[in-house]
Design a protein around this ligand. Sequence first.
Ligand SMILES: NC(=O)c1ccc[n+]([C@@H]2O[C@H](COP(=O)([O-])OP(=O)(O)OC[C@H]3O[C@@H](n4cnc5c(N)ncnc54)[C@H](OP(=O)(O)O)[C@@H]3O)[C@@H](O)[C@H]2O)c1
Length: 341
Amino acid sequence: MKNDPVVAIVGVTGAVGAEFIATMDRRNFRINRLKALASARSAGRSLNYGGKPVLIEELTERSFEGVDIALFSAGSGISRQYAPIAVRSGAVVIDNSSAFRMDPNVPLVIPEINANRIRDHKGIIANPNCAAITALVPLWPIHQNNRIKRVIISTYQAASGAGAAAMDELVQSTRANLHGQVFTQKVMPHPYAFNLFSHNTAVDPETGYNDEETKVIKETRKIFEDEAIAIGVTCVRVPVLRAHCESITFECEKPITEDQVRRILATAPGVRIVDDRANNYFPMPVDASGQDDVLVGRIRKDLSDPSGHSIAMFVAADQLLKGAALNAVQIAELLPERVMA
Ligand SMILES: NC(=O)c1ccc[n+]([C@@H]2O[C@H](COP(=O)([O-])OP(=O)(O)OC[C@H]3O[C@@H](n4cnc5c(N)ncnc54)[C@H](OP(=O)(O)O)[C@@H]3O)[C@@H](O)[C@H]2O)c1
C-alpha cells in the first residue's frame, strides 16, 4: 500500500537475502515496493516477491533514493561503504554484517532481549552475530531471573553461516568424496566433507581466539549490558548444511536447578524445549532448519560444579532465520518508521 514502506534488500541473492524475502512474505510484512539489490553479476535477473516478479538491480550510491528501510546482507565492506549513504538518503538501515555492531551509537538488537533499544537508533541498527543470537535468546530469561556470572560456549556451526557458496562447497565436496574424486576447496580453508575445523575467521596470534569467538564475547556484553559477565567461546565449523548447534554451560550467582531452568524457558519468547531423555531426542540441525525458535535441550546440572550454581544445555537454531533474516525482519516490524506518515 502507498503508506507502507519502500524496502531495499542489499545482498538479495545471498543465503540471508533469500531468507529476508521468504520471511517478509511469510510474516505478511507489508511494503509499498521492494528494491532488490545485489552486485553487477546478478543485475538484470529477477526474483518473485508476493507473486510478482522483481528486477534485481546493481547496488549503486543512488540505490536508496525513496527507500524507507534498507536490510543489508552483503558483507561488512559493502555495509561500511553503503549504509551511511542509505542513511543520508533517509532510510533506516538494519545491518546483518559486523561493521557497526560495536559502535556505541548503534543499537545491537535481539527483539526478545532489548527491543527497547530500537528507538535509540541514529539511522543504523545492527543485527548480532548468529552464534551470539543462538546462545543469548535462551540465556537472557535465565540471566534476568538469576544473573549468569560465567558462561562457556562451544559451537557446531553449519555451512550456511558462511553463505551460499560455502553450502554449495559442502554439497559438491561431499559428492566428490563419495565418488572417490579429488576436490579442491575454494571457499573454506580446509576440506569440509567428512571433516570439521576451527572457525574460518582470522585468529588473533596473541590471544588464540578467532574473530567469531571475539564477536560472541563482545556482543554478549553489549546486548546484556553486563560488562562483567565472564565468557569462554570455542567456535567450530561442522559439515552440516544449515542450522548451528551450541553446547552451553553457565554459572549463576544463586543456586539453580534444571527444573527452574525448564520452567523459565517454557514461557521464554523464541525458545522451544526439546528435551526427551527417554528417547534420546534433543535439539538437532535438521529439526531447527526452517524454524523460528531456538531449540533447547539436554538441560542438566553441570556436575563439575557441586555447589549447584551451574547448568549445561545444548541448543540448535536456524542461523539464516533467527541468526539473521528473521531477527532483522522482527526489528523492522518494530520500527516506528515502518508506517509512513
Ligand atoms: N549466513 C548467515 O547465517 C549469516 C548470519 C548473520 C549474518 N550474516 C552476514 O550477512 C552477510 C551476507 O551473508 P550471506 O551468508 O547471505 O552471504 P552470501 O550467500 O555469500 O551472499 C552475499 C550477497 O552479497 C552480494 N554482494 C556481494 N558483493 C556485492 C557487491 N559488490 N555489491 C552488491 N552486492 C554484493 C551478493 O550478490 P551477488 O549474488 O550478485 O554476488 C549476495 O547477494 C555477511 O555480512 C554475513 O556476515 C550471515
